[in-house]
Ligand binder design. Structure first.
Ligand SMILES: Cc1cc2nc3c(=O)[nH]c(=O)nc-3n(C[C@H](O)[C@H](O)[C@H](O)COP(=O)(O)OP(=O)(O)OC[C@H]3O[C@@H](n4cnc5c(N)ncnc54)[C@H](O)[C@@H]3O)c2cc1C
Length: 411
């Protein structure tokens, strides 16, 4: 093997499985890859290995309706169980791929078995960043990525009276409002003065702050966590400490690319480098979703994105390409977030802007147009779907910003 992470287990000769396509990861990118491979005539065995204990499921509700207690686990399923049999996709759950060799077309699994593969899609996603301060790795501190973590958080929220959410990114804001709606007294603390101002600008950030405040969430911006004691006491560089029954850290995510990097597959900023077809530089190996740094033909460069819809799109492209079809990634990455009753949609190339112009449509609806050197590079909307649709196209075309700003009327 190029770089085996584990050296135990069977010899390379006693494979238990031979897969035409091995998919590593059971998120939207992995499932979309397996499905698209079949839909485009891909033959042979398709095996999807996931270290999750559940068949592919919807992750976005984990900070929203699932945490609220409004969605049952079966409703999270990404595909009905019958789909796997119909499409001949074999699921290996609760199993981790611990090493791959692209040269030999072989993967080693945590249960000691191996899979020989013709092609492989790496769709291993992200993991939450553990805050680099003392006590942040205490098992009583909650993190949110997997259904298993969400189950625990949901249960603990049932008895807790208060919560501190560390981080004002989308997952932090969504979870904070959901917890407040469950009756907890919630404080969000963050190094950002205004939630998401760095990404979305001050005006949009202020709107988001308003959405949090109207749900009774207390915001503490411009502070840094220095330690977490006993899993429930958050020490700050200024003021504090904050004490709560429950501490949730939502301080960003990091790509789970160790496997790929150890196998010698080229990566940049910890993400697997792939072209617009999701093919890596190593023959037969593809990557898609949050773990990938993929070339986007519309942007004319590689992009790192962490959005549900894009993970699905990239997975579909990877599976189509692996089956011999033709597909490529070209549109501006988009995502949505639901904070209480407010949905914010955002499409952008994602590498900053020099001007952000908010157009107020009344009744709380708005559009923010982002531009660099007068050229549109992004759009964010709330209750202005027409602007979101037309704005995404305008960003793709590289339209001038001013006509879009003056035409922005909302929907
Ligand atoms: C709580 C929450 C809410 C979100 N809400 C939104 C939203 O509203 N809108 C939006 O656009 N995005 C949202 N996102 C982001 C979105 O879920 C991700 O962008 C998306 O899941 C990425 O898909 P993926 O397939 O690349 O990775 P993932 O969904 O992370 O899936 C990766 C899979 O790989 C498995 N895996 C990793 N390593 C191995 C290994 N070595 N062996 C076997 N299996 C492995 C993991 O267990 C997992 O099954 C949210 C994310 C979270 C956590």
């Amino acid at each position: 093997m190029n770089a085996a992470q584990d050296t135990t287990g069977p010899s390379p000769t006693d494979d238990s499985t031979r897969a035409a396509l091995l998919v590593i990861g059971g998120g939207p990118a992995g499932l979309a890859a397996a499905t698209a491979y079949r839909d485009h005539g891909g033959q042979g065995e398709v095996v999807l290995v996931s270290d999750d204990d559940t068949a592919p499921y919807l992750r976005p509700p984990l900070s929203k309706d699932y945490l609220q207690g409004e969605t049952a686990e079966p409703d999270l399923a990404l595909a009905p169980e019958s789909d796997y049999a119909e499409k001949s996709i074999t699921l290996r759950l609760d199993t981790m791929v611990t090493a791959i060799s692209a040269d030999e077309g072989r993967a080693r699994l945590s249960d000691g078995t191996q899979i020989a593969f013709d092609r492989c899609v790496i769709a291993t996603g992200n993991a939450p960043v553990t805050l680099p301060v003392p006590g942040a790795d205490d098992p009583r501190v909650a993190y949110l990525r997997s259904l298993e973590q969400a189950r625990r958080l949901r249960e603990e929220a049932g008895t807790a009276r208060s919560a501190v959410v560390v981080g004002s990114g989308f997952i932090g804001c969504e979870a904070a409002v959901t917890l407040a709606r469950r009756g907890l007294e919630v404080t969000v603390c963050s190094t950002e003065e205004i939630p998401q101002a760095q990404r979305l600008g001050t005006d949009a950030g202020e709107r988001i702050a308003g959405w949090l405040r109207e749900e009774g969430v207390r915001l503490l911006g411009g502070v840094e966590v220095t330690a977490i004691t006993d899993g429930r006491r958050v020490e700050l560089d200024e003021g504090g400490p904050l004490e709560a029954d429950l501490v949730l850290v939502a301080a960003g995510a990091t790509p789970r690319s160790t496997l790929a990097v150890a196998a010698g597959i080229p990566a940049e900023q910890g993400r697997v480098l792939v072209d617009e077809h999701m093919a890596s530089e190593v023959p037969r190996v593809f990557a898609a979703g949050d773990v990938a740094m993929a070339y986007n033909t519309g942007a004319g460069r590689h992009l790192a994105v962490e959005h549900w819809g894009e993970a699905e799109a990239m997975g579909t492209i990877a599976g189509t390409t692996a089956a011999g079809g033709d597909a490529s990634w070209d549109s501006p990455p988009g995502f949505w977030t639901v904070i209480g009753d407010h949905t914010l949609k955002y499409a952008a190339w994602g590498d900053g802007y020099d001007r952000a112009e908010l157009v107020d449509h009344g009744d709380g609806a708005f559009t923010v147009w982002y531009s660099t050197d007068g050229v549109l590079v992004g759009v964010a909307t709330h209750d202005a779907d027409d602007d979101y649709e037309s704005g995404g196209q305008a960003v793709l075309r590289g339209d001038r910003a001013d006509p879009a700003v003056s035409a922005g009327t909302g929907s």
